[in-house]
Design a protein around this ligand. Sequence first.
Ligand code: ATP
Ligand code: MG
Length: 350
Amino acid sequence: MPRFPEAPKSLLIHAANRSNNQPSTRPTDDELRTARRAQVGREELEGPHPSMLGADPSDAGLAHADPAPDPSQPGPGQRWSTWRSVAKGQRGPEPLPDWLVTRDAAFDTELGILKTGKEADAFLIERAVPAGAPSEDTPSGGAERCLLVAKRYRSLEHGQFHRGTEYTEGRRTRRTRDQRAMEDRKSAWGRAVSATQWADAEFVALRGLWSAGAPVPYPVQIDGTEVLMEFVGTEVTDDMGGVQAVAAPRLTRERPSHDLLESYWEQLTHGMSVLARLGFAHGDLSPYNILADGERLVIIDLPQVVDLVANPFASDVLLRDCRTVCAWFTARGLDVDADALFADLLGQAL
Ligand SMILES: Nc1ncnc2c1ncn2[C@@H]1O[C@H](COP(=O)(O)OP(=O)(O)OP(=O)(O)O)[C@@H](O)[C@H]1O
Ligand SMILES: [Mg+2]
């Protein structure tokens, strides 16, 4: 997976605010001042990327010190779009959504960390075609700019993997060598395989669910330990013309009206039914892994999906999911029954 070279924060924020009809040259002083005022969903971002820690924000002056960059090449904090560098099977299902950027000329720009998790970090990425891209790259359709989330799994030595065999029981591993390696947690190969397999499992689950119409983010592609998916949230333009990307809040903090609560319940149980009919339970379903994107509800964080047929712990896991989500809806005033939901889902699965 190509990594992003280090970039001063000022340039990343500038990149976030660059529109496609602006030339992708080094920012002017005015642009830099605007960029410094701009917020890239700061209330949602946990902090700068580790590669930026220690970078002095007043380094905006670097813009003058460096030689002029080549706008046709990725700059600091950017890489070429990885869309073409992965095999077709590692990309999201068809039909491709019309907001997705698939052009070879696009750059990926890392805008910051959305959240540092126990096993993975979620980064906000802008995939955009820079102004002045070669005309032969002009596609028959397709978007010029989109926001994505890169969920990057850490290897066992860097993460605090808490998901145990309860989840993986009954899941077939592609290569027995991988299986043996995972059992030998001491081997570096084993640690790397584990991280890619959680990423694989999440991508495969997202693909199946999205194709079957469940409310999950569109899975854009997988590349090793990185899953790229649709950014669930909105972009708002402030008075200064700066753009803020604001991730959808987790359901846990929400206090929806009764009508919206009912709609959320319908969307959630629809998503759980799709999962059950495909033969899975989420396995870690809670208001922390459900995003409230306005009126739309989106289920996330699916690496631990549990096979309802092959996994001997599956019904316990499904019942726990049902109880956890029902507790939240009950606390908000909706009369729902975890046991009835569990029985209904189990009936659909079998
Ligand atoms: N597609 C998305 N769009 C917007 N925000 C997202 C998206 N995916 C993840 N996030 C944000 O990142 C957070 C962590 O994502 P996720 O739950 O998938 O990872 P995790 O490593 O399991 O984190 P945790 O350990 O906190 O559960 C989410 O709670 C959400 O705030
Ligand atoms: Mg989570």
